[in-house]
Design a protein around this ligand. Structure first.
Ligand SMILES: [Zn+2]
Length: 320
């Protein structure tokens, strides 16, 4: 699974950061979009991602900087004569929002749009081998975080064990590797477990919407491979974070440590934090440092617009 950040600014776009959207590319090439701020379509094109591959759109909450790109995206899917269904999942109210925009703009859709409204914790229909669940977070409006867990993978095939059992090299190897028992010429049945290591976990991504308190997803996020959470403010602005229902660097770092996340990507930066040094302002690099201090066991990275991150499997080392 790969995550691509299409927008990483909070509230309003800047010259270098658009408002929030992320896209997860699943192993079969299907796309799951998380939030859809204004101008997300432009960012999709710049990232080389095709809206025709989007199967699900998850909305964390109904604030405009996470939502206002949605009507345009749905309308353009119709212009492109989409026929495949889209599932839209978001807090209660999303059905009314979409129906109202489509009605007032007299827009009909060329494809089935299935809307799922969330009002509490919920296990959702799985998508292309990925289990999906939604968990409520504390924000100024109803807001959710999502957990995506890949199916377990078959264990590694061990050619030495196969040779010891006199299994001829060829298609039987593939059958065992994909989890099927085989029968040899002499009638012996070989089970996959005799020649394969134990199966291995898939990856877990935990993607949070805006929040000042993510305890509602803490249990589901334990030991996740990737956590994505906002850092709208630096550590000194806790009052502001509480006032607006957002997180500081320290709040997000502490949560990553609490759930033992392997990698944390921070995003949703206030425009007061600049990208480069030398202009006297506070930088995103400062936010990374502050966050990392609160979660020494977690790798902390900062998102940029159009940046992609391939989530490593547990047995793979983290790249430097
Ligand atoms: Zn918000």
């Amino acid at each position: 699974m790969r995550i691509t950040f299409l927008g990483t600014s909070s509230g309003a776009p800047t010259r270098t950061r658009n408002v929030t959207s992320q896209v997860i590319t699943l192993e079969n090439g299907a796309l799951v979009m998380l939030d859809c701020g204004e101008a997300t379509q432009h960012q999709l094109m710049r990232a080389g991602l095709r809206s025709s591959r989007i199967e699900r759109i998850l909305l964390t909450h109904l604030h405009g900087d996470h939502l206002y790109g949605l009507p345009g995206l749905l309308a353009c899917m119709t212009i492109h004569e989409r026929r495949d269904p889209v599932q839209l999942i978001g807090p209660t109210g999303i059905r009314e929002f979409v129906a109202t925009v489509l009605r007032l703009s007299e827009t009909g859709l060329s494809f089935p749009l299935e809307i799922v409204e969330l009002s509490g914790e919920r296990v959702l229909e799985s998508c292309s081998g990925v289990a999906l669940s939604a968990h409520p977070l504390v924000h100024r409006v109803p807001c959710f975080g999502f957990s995506l867990v890949e199916d377990r993978r078959p264990g590694r095939f061990d050619p030495a064990k196969a040779a010891a059992l006199r299994i001829p090299m060829g298609p039987l190897f593939g059958q065992l590797q994909s989890g099927h028992a085989i029968r040899l010429a002499d009638g012996t049945v070989v089970q996959p477990a005799q020649v394969c290591d134990p199966d291995r976990p898939g990856r877990q991504l935990v993607l949070l919407g805006d929040t000042q308190d993510a305890s509602g997803i803490a249990a589901a996020a334990q030991g996740c491979d990737l956590l994505v959470r906002e850092v709208t403010y630096d550590a000194a602005r806790t009052d502001k974070a509480q006032q607006w229902g957002h997180s500081t660097s320290t709040m997000t770092g502490r949560f990553a440590a609490e759930v033992n996340a392997r990698v944390l990507i921070i995003t949703h930066f206030s425009s007061r934090y600049t990208d480069g040094a030398g202009d006297g302002g506070q930088t995103v690099a400062t936010l990374v440092d502050e966050t990392a201090q609160a979660c020494p066991g977690t790798r902390v990275l900062a998102a940029d617009d159009l940046w992609s991150y391939e989530v490593p499997y547990r047995e793979q080392p983290l790249a430097d």
